[in-house]
Design a protein around this ligand. Sequence first.
Ligand code: ADP
Length: 865
Amino acid sequence: MNEKYLMNVLSKNGIKSLRPPQKKVLTEGILEKDKNFIISIPTASGKTLIGEMAFINHVLENSPKNELGYIPSGKKALFIVPLKALATEKFDEFREKYNKFGLKIGISIGDYDSKENLSRYDIIIMTSEKLDSLMRKKNTTWLNDVSVVIIDEIHLLGDKERGGTLEIVLTKLKMLPIQIIGLSATIGNSEELANWLDAKLVVDTWRPVELKKGLYHPDENKVNYYTIEDYKVVNGENGENKQIKPLKNFGSSKSEISNLIVDCVKNSGSCLVFCSSKRNAVSEAKKNDLAKYLTNDEQGELNNLSSEILNVLEKPSKTCEQLSECIKKGVAFHHAGLAMKQRKLVEEGFRKRIIKVICCTPTLSAGLNLPCRRAIIRDTKRFDGKGFSNIPNMEIQQCIGRAGRPGLDPYGEGIIVVKKSSEVGDNLYMLRGKPEEIYSNISNKKTLRIFILGSIFSGEISSFGELKQFMKNTFYAVQYGDYEKIVEDIRDEVIFLMENGFIEYNFDFDDSDNFDNFDKKEDFPQKIENKGSKIELNLDDKNDEFKINSISFDENGNLMTGKNKNNKNNKNDKNNNKNNKGKNGKKFNYEEYELIEDASTTFKSTKLGNATAQQYIDPLSAKYISKGIKSIFEMKINNKFEINQNTENIGDIEQRIIYMICKSTELRPSLRVNKYEYDDLVEEMISLKIYEYEDYDNICAYKTSKMIKDWINEASELEIHEKYGVEAGILNYKIEQVKWIAHATREIFRALELSGAFEEYDSVKGLKTFIKRIIEDLQLRIEYGAKSDLVELLGVKNLGRVRARKLYDANIKTVADIGTNREFVIKTIGKIGYKVFDELKIPYGDLSIVDADKLKSTSSDKTEG
Ligand code: ADP
């Protein structure tokens, strides 16, 4: 596609001309399909459009036959974003812009092991974790059609938690014939990043609207505006110390951030106030009342919005009420505690310019398209778990970069509030915004564990040698000029995976008879002999065939398992032999064990490994889960388990299962435990025989598990908020995560069952089925927050927990009951009943006489969670 065609496509979306940085990437050759790019330009200057230019070039080709002149090319583009919320925003935007060209836009942010079919889309939006999980699946051949990948906010490679996965994905991508377009905020070492990706670097400081940067001095109630030159002056770099003239003096006696806000709103501007915490955002919002600057129309719309906010949840929480009150005054707050729907309402209200001010946490700065006239940084430090530290310059720039709405504001203003005069120097440094460098985070242990297991599972990597080779291509290797350090780290993780039964050596001896004559080390094939006496051989005669798990020889070089290795009848001998080798012969003895690093010795993943990789969870979490399940078996066995007598103990088992789920690394950070609740929680743990209270993190995980248990016993969001201080947004996020791990737990249970891990408990009749049942029901119960009696009804789409409970209480307890009591169902739950029948393929023709509108009052369309 040439420039003319590209411009033609863009013009159909109202783009008349390109902005300077966009022109620049074009001249630099973005339309050459094999040329990678890193584009580092300020927030809001039009990075997304650069991504669009790149994908248009790949996924559309011109066709004289089509009236628009274009048809899809059959190639695919991936658009990678850091957050699910951003994915939805881009999805809506691209659908609106590109459906008309016949392009199908897809979004993939759901479960990691979902069976969704993405092959029919031309442009697919997803997170880097999602791409990582897709790349390891075997049925994703459509990935071969991907010819361009756009990575929004590629500088997040430097993120401690998630950066490593992005680095792994990029390392894989750069070895494929795919164009990589990285869109980046300004970072200190963009050149290094570009070199690694063999990419052309385009840096530009152009902005659509001028940005004035200033400091607000509350003691003098004025803003001083600074340029980079001023920075040097104030800090004495020029040797002199000039006084800088204030450009704006508010003159009012009260010196508060409100002055900055009112001044802006009076001049038909809007403000974002960035605060360090949720609490600060709320308290700042509450301080402001803009009622007297609002028109009647605006006040009317705000009142509507205010009541809409109250209705989002089943019962409004304190946060809802506070937000609703603030909104009446033209002000809102926005943070992770709000329910998704409330956040959307606030964002929309602000875009429509009814809400004049949003007080928010810096999470809002990352990506969301929410420009304002004046961006105010209220706090430059935040609590990071240990103490207060400076917010990185990069983030400050992203926040103040939000200022200046094209076509609406003559200029934008980014203003930092000075807290102490001694901090002026620091504040100016932030304002000037020398960006930080980003560093590789691939050595994060969790990232490595997930990666190594995943790539062995998918077959992308099969030996330690290949693993080392892969590491040579990472950003880490470029950045440190040496990859040996990381080899140490991967060695540890491979050993972890082996010790815990996720992977094993792939000794391909198909025919165990071959071993008949092997009594001594010398008899073994070269391949194994090379491993020396460090490896144990345990023989395992499950299914009447011997399988080699590991090998060992005595000091004379004799095979320690002796002659009985192939004698299926001689159980006693074998058992004697097994005694010192762990229960099921699969245990590696770490001390004796040395990693085989040559390329010809390959690994494969076990059943447990497969399930863990497929569910895309941390192997450490899977270890906690499998240990947890086994400990429940043990406990029940010791308790002389009997199903009928023990039903009152189901709650305890549930609690233990949820606890082991909440221990998983995906659920961190857990709820914090304070000193007043500490003792009670420990006592409860002991009574449940969870003897893991030495570790504070486990007590926190236990507290989280209690919250989840309340949720699945139908506590309302409000009750949970009051009891645990957890707001809707955070609760919903936790529920999402717990649901994912609960599903993984079910798969891990199955894998363990298939590998015979529970055989020793078979003697207690019914125990396995009992535990399995609890685990299987959990996923739905967590999703909806409901007791186990509702499980069958919850399986019906559109019903939800509130309506399901209504039906259940009215004695409609099963899907069959719904079918036989249709009129009653409609009466109980209203119109939605028709949807339910549709879903269940139950005809309701003769029921259409029931006037659903009249029934409205009895139905509740609200769903929680
Ligand atoms: P970024 O991704 O850099 O933060 P966006 O891509 O969201 O910024 O762009 C900000 C706004 O500018 C969007 O509303 C976008 O439609 C608009 N925009 C981008 N490029 C152009 C252009 N060439 N002409 C007109 N508007 C543009």
